[in-house]
Design a protein around this ligand. Sequence first.
Ligand SMILES: [Zn+2]
Length: 59
Amino acid sequence: MIFSKKKVITAYTVEQCMKCGMLTKRGFVKGDVLFADISDCGACKGRVRIAKIFGETLT
Ligand SMILES: [Zn+2]
């Protein structure tokens, strides 16, 4: 196996409920768009939006 010097980046999506503020971090899924309404909150049925998309570098 050839080891590359390329950094491996894992992307994450942070979802936030607009009503109760609950944050959920999950793996980024293709098609995720910042500030998109994606689902209903499991706790309060409020709107859940994508609050942040970021990548972490694995070394
Ligand atoms: Zn909520």
